[in-house]
Design a binder for this molecule. Structure first.
Ligand code: CNA
Length: 322
């Protein structure tokens, strides 16, 4: 994306919430970029909010650089750290927020070009946002893959392990290991202390120990298919943005994200400079020039925007009198 960056300029004619409501009514290809802030009202903490954010909790627990928890090399080294902390951001699959409902309303009105979500909670899918309208830029919990044999399973199958803080071992690897043990002529491998307990080791390490004894082969660990630091974003993110959305988009709405993580943070500068852009979030950001900044709770703001646009946004979390 960086090579094609446009200089973002402010469009002076759009400033107020009423301008935003008018844009909603007029525009037909709305790109919505979302982040952890749209799910905090479900009790899923975001990363960077002071005191309540997941990052601040990690810092309290003594991690110097919280991004280390989502670093792929660290996961391979010691998956226990991730499995101990990830339970906090596991979603409740049956609920979604008024903000998700608002994005769904844009879809129902045939105005949603694409929702680029950085969220991994997969709540968008449960809110009814269609697969063809959704790019999960950082993957999601929906599936999990073995780090060793690439065996893939539904993500929910490891939720219990995540809640129990226990790294989930790959059932396919375990089956292979059992088969190897049963094969005639194969040496049954055993741990060096001989008591059958297994020793965690990286998958690319040799199986044999220096003392000539054999270590039990290790199954791979299941990793949710969320994009860790050090991993590439899904290719459909780049394809969709470059090949269709850049030409089609006529309004950008960014909701509940600090826009700190590239390349998603580069999208506002990538779309043509004459496309108006609206920012909805609790905290202001200063590294991107938006035309309209609507600061506060996103559920409240989208409900007010919908009201001013003359739309009927229904959700049990929207107060009756709003
Ligand atoms: P972030 O950096 O934590 O920023 C969140 C932003 O949302 C902050 O600017 C807050 O001010 C704002 N915010 C929080 N609550 C609200 C609210 N109720 N209304 C309006 N604004 C609010 O998170 P980003 O999404 O920018 O960072 C990208 C990371 C976060 C991605 O890689 C995600 O995978 C990751 N993440 C996702 C989830 C999830 O899927 N729900 C949870 C935690 C982290």
């Amino acid at each position: 994306i960086s090579r094609e960056l446009n200089k973002r300029r402010r469009l002076e004619q759009y400033k107020t919430i009423d301008d935003a409501a008018q844009l909603l009514r007029e525009r037909k290809n709305i790109m919505v970029i979302t982040g952890a802030g749209i799910s905090t009202s479900l009790g899923i903490p975001d990363f960077r909010s002071k005191n309540t954010g997941f990052y601040s909790k990690l810092l309290e627990m003594g991690f110097e650089d919280p991004e280390q928890v989502f670093d792929i090399h660290n996961f391979d080294e010691d998956p226990k750290v991730f499995y101990t902390l990830a339970g906090d951001i596991l979603p409740d699959l049956k609920k979604w927020t008024p903000t998700h409902e608002f994005i769904r309303l844009l879809q129902d009105k045939d105005k949603l070009l694409t929702n680029y979500t950085q969220n991994i909670d997969n709540v968008e899918s449960h809110a009814g946002i269609r697969r063809d309208k959704l790019i999960q830029c950082h993957g999601s919990w929906a599936t999990a893959t073995c780090r060793k044999c690439k065996y893939r399973i539904p993500g929910e199958d490891i939720f219990g392990d995540i809640r129990n803080h226990t790294p989930a071992e790959c059932k396919n690897c375990l089956k292979e290991i059992a088969l190897q043990g049963d094969r005639p002529g194969m040496k049954r491998k055993r741990s060096s202390n001989g008591n059958g307990s297994r020793k965690r080791r990286k998958s690319d390490e040799s199986d044999s120990d220096d003392d000539g004894q054999y270590d039990i082969p290790q199954p791979g660990i299941m990793k949710p298919d969320i994009t860790f630091f050090g991993e590439a974003l899904p290719q459909d993110f780049f394809d969709r943005l470059r090949e269709t959305d850049k030409e089609k988009v006529d309004l950008v709405i960014v909701i509940g994200t600090s826009m700190k993580v590239a390349p998603v943070s580069e999208i506002p500068n990538f779309v043509p400079g004459d496309v108006p852009q609206i920012y909805i979030s609790r905290d202001p950001i200063h590294h991107i020039n938006f035309d309209i900044n609507l600061l506060g709770d996103s559920d409240t703001i989208v409900a007010e925007l919908a009201r001013r646009a003359g739309w009927d946004l229904k959700h049990s979390m929207i107060p009756e009198n709003q």
